[in-house]
Design a protein around this ligand. Sequence first.
Ligand code: COA
Length: 178
Amino acid sequence: MVESSSSGALTVMRLAQYTKADQEEILGAGEDPFGVAWTGLTWLPKEDHFGIGRHGRLVAHTGLLRLRVAIGGTETEVVGVGGVAVAPGMQGQGLARLIVTAALDHARTMGPQHALLFCRQPLIPLYQRLGWHRLDEDVLVEQPEGRLATMPLQTMVTPLRDDARWPEGSVRLFSLPM
Ligand SMILES: CC(C)(COP(=O)(O)OP(=O)(O)OC[C@H]1O[C@@H](n2cnc3c(N)ncnc32)[C@H](O)[C@@H]1OP(=O)(O)O)[C@@H](O)C(=O)NCCC(=O)NCCS
């Protein structure tokens, strides 16, 4: 479990696990807390989880997952970022900035040169504010039964090294999206 530090400042902690119940503790038990059900897509769970706790309750989360991709026909890996969530009563206070920044600090130790996420159109300015860039190439993602789908959400990327430049060309994930 995560806790705020003794000074009362909110700190980001690595979580040993992140369950559906944990997500509901943050966002409630709504049908579609991320507003992406309309895509009809199947998603991958994340592998590394970061959380912010307050008064013994989880109030924010971000997950990471290493993903195999092809960019312009060349295979490589990116760090997928997903499940970014802040409890409704705590939104607008910088918690997404705090937890995404901490998750990216960890992502920089994982090897890939870039991180990638998918978001709804209204969240593009928020992620731009956090230093992410729009990727306007079509992105193909895998779906059950061997299907391929074009990602209908906005793809955003951010470098994990100072000298990293996103290569040109179409993008394909060799997995479900995260
Ligand atoms: C999206 C979400 C995670 C944002 O969390 P949050 O804690 O309110 O975000 P923050 O307060 O950290 O804001 C991050 C930055 O974006 C800025 N920002 C927020 N909305 C913005 C907008 N519409 N345009 C430009 N910048 C915006 C903030 O000012 C802040 O920048 P600053 O730190 O320089 O002031 C939260 O609303 C949420 O959990 N929503 C439900 C789940 C969801 O949709 N998750 C997204 C999955 S991709």
